[in-house]
Design a protein around this ligand. Structure first.
Ligand SMILES: Cc1ncc(COP(=O)(O)O)c(C=O)c1O
Length: 401
């Protein structure tokens, strides 16, 4: 019997796509939204909007309360020590750029920033450009064959000159939990600042940032079944207190004169201007939705569906996986077939998968690949989605070979 998803009916977007003949297998890029998120968005927008943190009137107080409620929910969800450790940004990319700007005064020429070979461009380019600007050394940790950051190489390469480590929790190409506990311990032993890119990892399982012990952690609402345009940036309070302000404008200031100003501490000091109020409020509904799931059932569904995906790929001749994916997604290429041709034929059959370099060009180049196809799974996906994908894959390969 085909695997069913008990959550599929919660997602009008997935049902609408299905009615159009589309099978959505691209949730690592962005996830569909549950009805509860759409309801929260509409309820706020239709109920009378107001700006936050600046109005004394009732609608303003109501909007501020709802906005700050999401901060409290995110605090609990990530197990941060205080709501002041959660900043709203536009997404993981903006959070990482904010960090690369806000921490630069702590770095000096000749010091090292350490990243890994599997980083998304969002967790590579801000550090690369910072390293170029400040004459720092960018050290890239290699991977083992399975696709994990190589810890023995990390032990060798992380040195007293390492001032910052930035690494992904879960790769968007390989789909494996990275050995973060060990990696962060190596960096901490050198007194380095630690940054975790949780854009993919945050979506799966529950997280305890106090236990993880990183200085900073970033993730994006739109991958977490919430609206786009919002990111969460966690910073432990002592780490946040060393961050330099970066965007200047309304509501981030304590006192301003023409020639000088004093700024608020985190979080508001890092949220200049009008934030994405409606999206933040609806993110609160997404976090509630996630929190109310039966987590054992989620883990069982994710494992079973991913197992079916891997088994189906393994049974097809010439299909090569990128690394050894363990959850959420699988990237593959097919001997003698260009990934763009395959993606085109899949798309013509209503299969929405991602093809290309997956914003990890150096990783792809290192693997000798011009690109790969990525199938990524959301909680709404079921066995029928995979069957449609595999029958489209078989037809496409028959044509291309
Ligand atoms: C691992 C990883 N990091 C960072 C990002 C950037 O996230 P966003 O586009 O939401 O800023 C992504 C997006 O796919 C990602 O997969």
């Amino acid at each position: 019997m085909s695997l069913i998803s008990p959550w599929r009916a919660d997602f009008p977007g997935i049902l609408a796509l299905e009615a159009e003949g589309q099978t959505y297998l691209d949730s690592a890029a962005t996830a569909q939204k549950p009805q509860a998120v759409l309801d929260a968005l509409l309820a706020y927008l239709a109920g009378g909007v107001a700006n936050v943190h600046r109005a004394q009137h009732l609608p303003g107080e109501r909007a501020t309360r709802a906005f700050e409620t999401t901060r409290s929910k995110a605090t609990q969800w990530l197990n941060a020590a205080s709501a002041n450790e959660i900043l709203f940004t536009r997404g993981s990319t903006e959070s990482l750029n904010l960090l690369a700007y806000g921490l630069q005064h702590l770095l000096s020429p000749g010091e090292q920033i350490v990243i890994s070979a599997l980083e998304h461009h969002a967790n590579l380019l801000p550090w690369q450009q910072l390293a170029k600007r400040l004459d720092l050394e960018l050290v890239v940790l290699p991977l083992n064959d399975a696709g994990d950051i190589d810890l023995s190489a990390a032990a060798r390469l992380i040195s007293p000159r390492t001032r910052l480590l930035a690494a992904s929790q879960l790769s968007n190409v390989i789909g494996r939990w990275q050995p973060l506990a060990e990696l962060l311990a190596l960096a901490r032993a050198q007194g380095a600042i630690t940054v975790v890119d949780g854009a993919q990892g945050a979506v799966h399982g529950r997280h305890d940032l106090q236990a993880l012990g990183c200085d900073f952690y970033v993730c994006s609402s739109h991958k977490l079944y919430g609206p786009d345009g919002v990111g969460l940036l966690y910073g432990r309070s002592d780490a946040l207190s060393r961050l330099q302000h970066w965007q200047f404008g309304g509501e981030m200031v304590l006192d301003a004169d023409y020639q000088d100003a004093r700024f608020r501490p985190a979080p508001l000091g890092f949220e200049a201007g009008t934030p994405a109020v409606s999206a933040v409020i609806a993110l609160g509904a997404a976090l509630d939705w996630l929190n109310n799931l039966d987590h054992a059932a989620v883990a069982a569904h994710e494992t079973a569906l991913h197992g079916e995906l891997l088994a189906g790929l393994a049974s097809r001749q010439g299909v090569r996986l990128v690394g050894e994916p363990r959850l959420a997604l699988a990237c593959f290429h097919v001997d003698g077939v260009h990934n763009a041709d395959l993606a085109h034929l899949l798309s013509e059959q209503g299969i929405a998968v991602r093809a290309g370099h997956h914003c990890a060009m150096p990783l792809m180049k290192g693997l000798g690949l011009s690109g790969a196809i990525r199938v990524s799974l959301g909680l709404y996906n079921d066995g029928d989605d995979l069957q449609r994908f595999f029958s489209a894959l078989d037809s496409a390969l028959e044509l291309l070979r």
